[in-house]
Ligand binder design. Structure first.
Ligand SMILES: *[C@@H]1O[C@H](CO)[C@@H](O)[C@H](O)[C@H]1NC(C)=O
Ligand SMILES: *[C@@H]1O[C@H](CO)[C@@H](O)[C@H](O)[C@H]1NC(C)=O
Length: 524
C-alpha cells in the first residue's frame, strides 16, 4: 500500500516536471517588474520593502527556466495591484557569497522576507504565476478576512482563486469559543485556503440555522455558489477537529484534477479515489455532469478526479488497467484494490453511475494483477502468483513467502539460500514460496522493501514478518518456532556432511548480511 502510493506519487511528480518543456529564460527580461539584487543592494532592498519574494537561481537550471516567465508575470501583476509586494531575483552564479550566506542548496530556491533579512521563510507554494500572486497577497492580509457588507463579499465570491471558507457569525452569538477555534484553524491552514468571516444579515438569513448559531460554508473555486457546502454537524465550540475534517472533505472540488501537485491531498484523505482518464477536454466536459452528480451524492465517501491521459496515461498500469482511454477506475486506497469498468468495449459514460453504485454496495470484483498460474512447479521453491496467493497461504501448512522484485540485489543474493531452505522441507508440511510482487497484487501484507519475508502459520493466525539474518539456520529456526506445526527442517537429517557444509556456507552469508544489515530493507 505505502509502496504503491510512494511509487505513483514519484511517477506523477516526474512526469509533471518533464512534460512542460519550453525554451524560456530563467532570468526575467529587462522591462519586467522583477528586481535583480546583488550583494551590494540586497540588504537595503529587503529592509525597505515589507514583502519580498526572492528567487535564488542559476541561469542554466531547467526548473529555473520553467519558473522564469511565471515569476515575471506574477511580478508584473503584483506591481500593478499590490505595489508593496516585490519579487526579486538573485543569480547565484554571480552572487556566490550572498547565496551561500542563505545556504541555498538547490535551484530555484524561493524565500519570503518580511521587512528584514532575519524574518525569512521558505515559499511553500506552487511555481506558477497564480499561486505566487495568491500566496504573496495573502501575506499582506489577516488570516481571517472580515467582510462587513454582503456587497463586498458577493464580489469576492465571484472570482475565487482557491477554496473559500466562510464563518457566518450572527450578531450576539453566545459562544465565543467557536470563533476562537475558527481563527486558530485559519492561522494553521491559511496557506491552503482563504478564511473569511461575516455577520451580514443576508448571509445569516441564508445559511445560519438560528440567529444564535454560527454557520460555516465552503465555496469552491470554479463552482456555482449554490454548490457550496454548508456545515451541518454539531456545534464547533472548541472542537478543532470537527471543522478541520469538514474542510478536508468539502474543500475538494466535485470533479477535481489529479496531478503531481494534488496527488498528496487526495491520497492522504484515504477515501476511495475514482479516476476518469481523458485524452481531450471534450471527453472531460462530456462526462462532467455525470461525475458531479455522483460526487455530490458520495461527498466524503468517494473522491472523483479527472486525469490527463496525455500526460499521465501510464498511471493506468498502476491501477491494473490498460492504457486505453477514456477509462474509469476506482482505487480503494484503504484495501489497495482496484475496480475498473471493463475495457473490452469503448467506455460508455452512462455505465459510470451504476458502476459506482455497485462499488458502494460492495458488489464489484476487484481487478487482481497476476501472472498466470504455472502449469507445473519445476523448482522446490513454490512459484506463487496473485490469483493463488490467498488460497496457498491458507492451505493448512506453514507457508513462508518471499516477496521480491526482479531487479532487487538483496533478493538475488537470497535466492540460492532460499532454494536450499525449500529443499529441506521436501515431503514436510511447510511450503517455501516466492512471488514477484511487481507482477502480482497481494492483500493483507505490508511490503515496504524487497525482499519481504513472511510466515503464514498453518492454523490461520496472523502472518509473522521475518526480520532476522537471512541464513539457512536462522530461517529454519524461525519456521520451527513460529510456525504452528513446529516442523524442524533438520529433524531427520541423516547426512552429517551436508549439515556441516550448510553451516559453513551460511556463516559466510551471515557475515555479508551483517555488513549490509543497514541497507537490507531499503530496496523499493
Ligand atoms: C510598476 O508600477 C509602477 C506604478 O504603477 C509603474 O510606473 C511601473 O512602470 C511598473 N513597472 C513595471 C516594470 O511594470
Ligand atoms: C473572533 O476572534 C478573533 C480572534 O480572537 C477576534 O479578533 C474577533 O474580534 C472575534 N470576533 C468576534 C465577532 O467576536
Amino acid at each position: 500500500m505505502q509502496f504503491s502510493i510512494k511509487a505513483i506519487a514519484a511517477i506523477m511528480a516526474v512526469i509533471s516536471n518533464i512534460t512542460s518543456i519550453n525554451a524560456e529564460e530563467a532570468i526575467a527580461p529587462e522591462d519586467s517588474a522583477v528586481v535583480k539584487l546583488t550583494e551590494a543592494t540586497f540588504n537595503d532592498f529587503i529592509n525597505n520593502n515589507p514583502y519580498v519574494l526572492a528567487e535564488f537561481f542559476a541561469p542554466w537550471c531547467g526548473h529555473c527556466k520553467r519558473l522564469g516567465p511565471e515569476f515575471a508575470s506574477a511580478a508584473d501583476t503584483l506591481n500593478e495591484s499590490d505595489p508593496n509586494i516585490k519579487l526579486a531575483q538573485i543569480d547565484c552564479t554571480e552572487e556566490r557569497d550572498l547565496c551561500s550566506s542563505f545556504e541555498i542548496r538547490g535551484y530555484p530556491t524561493m524565500k519570503v522576507f518580511k521587512g528584514d533579512a532575519s524574518a525569512i521563510s521558505d515559499y511553500p507554494g506552487q511555481r506558477d504565476s497564480n499561486a505566487i500572486i495568491n500566496y504573496m497577497r495573502k501575506l499582506t492580509l489577516p488570516a481571517v478576512q472580515v467582510f462587513e457588507t454582503a456587497k463586498e463579499l458577493d464580489e469576492k465570491l465571484e472570482k475565487l482563486a482557491e477554496s473559500f471558507i466562510l464563518q457566518i457569525l450572527p450578531e450576539g452569538t453566545e459562544s465565543q469559543a467557536s470563533n476562537e477555534t475558527f481563527y486558530q484553524i485559519a492561522n494553521k491552514y491559511s496557506e491552503a485556503f482563504t478564511f473569511a468571516s461575516t455577520s451580514d444579515k443576508k448571509f445569516v438569513d441564508q445559511y445560519a440555522k438560528s440567529s444564535k448559531t454560527p454557520a460555516y460554508v465552503i465555496f469552491r473555486k470554479g463552482e456555482e455558489l449554490s454548490d457550496a457546502s454548508v456545515y451541518k454537524g454539531k456545534s464547533i465550540d472548541s472542537d478543532f477537529e470537527l471543522l478541520v475534517d469538514f474542510i478536508d472533505v468539502e474543500s475538494k472540488p466535485l470533479f477535481g484534477e489529479i496531478n503531481g501537485q494534488t496527488y498528496q491531498a487526495y491520497t492522504s484523505s484515504n477515501l476511495p479515489l475514482a479516476y476518469y482518464f481523458y485524452s481531450t477536454e471534450e471527453e472531460r466536459s462530456d462526462v462532467e455532469p455525470i461525475i458531479k452528480k455522483l460526487a455530490k451524492k458520495y461527498r466524503g465517501e468517494v473522491n472523483f478526479v479527472g486525469l490527463d491521459a496525455v500526460q499521465f496515461g501510464m498511471h493506468a498500469q498502476n491501477l491494473n488497467m490498460e492504457e486505453k482511454f477514456p477509462l474509469f477506475v476506482i482505487h480503494d486506497l484503504e484495501s489497495n484494490k482496484k475496480y475498473g469498468i471493463d475495457q473490452s468495449n469503448d467506455l460508455d459514460n452512462n455505465d459510470i453511475t451504476q458502476f459506482v453504485q455497485k462499488f458502494k454496495a460492495g458488489k464489484l470484483e476487484p481487478i487482481v494483477k497476476s501472472e498466470p498460474v504455472p502449469e507445473s512447479q519445476d523448482s522446490s521453491v513454490f512459484h506463487l502468483v496473485g490469483t493463488e496467493h490467498d488460497a496457498i497461504v491458507k492451505s493448512g501448512k506453514d507457508v513462508f513467502v518471499k516477496y521480491y522484485a526482479p531487479w532487487c540485489g538483496h533478493c538475488k543474493k537470497l535466492a540460492p539460500i532460499f532454494e536450499e531452505l525449500s529443499e529441506l522441507y521436501t515431503g514436510k508440511d511447510v511450503i517455501v514460496a516466492e512471488i514477484d510482487h511487481t507482477l502480482n497484487d497481494v492483500e493483507g501484507v505490508t511490503i515496504e522493501g524487497y525482499p519481504t519475508l513472511v510466515l503464514f502459520p498453518a492454523d490461520g493466525s496472523e502472518p509473522i514478518y521475518y526480520d532476522d539474518a537471512r541464513s539457512l539456520e536462522a530461517m529454519a529456526d524461525f519456521i520451527k518456532e513460529k510456525g504452528s506445526l513446529k516442523i524442524d527442517a533438520f529433524a531427520d537429517e541423516e547426512d552429517a556432511v551436508v549439515e556441516s557444509e550448510t553451516a559453513v556456507e551460511s556463516s559466510t552469508v551471515e557475515k555479508v548480511e551483517q555488513t549490509e544489515e543497514a541497507e537490507a530493507h531499503d530496496e523499493l
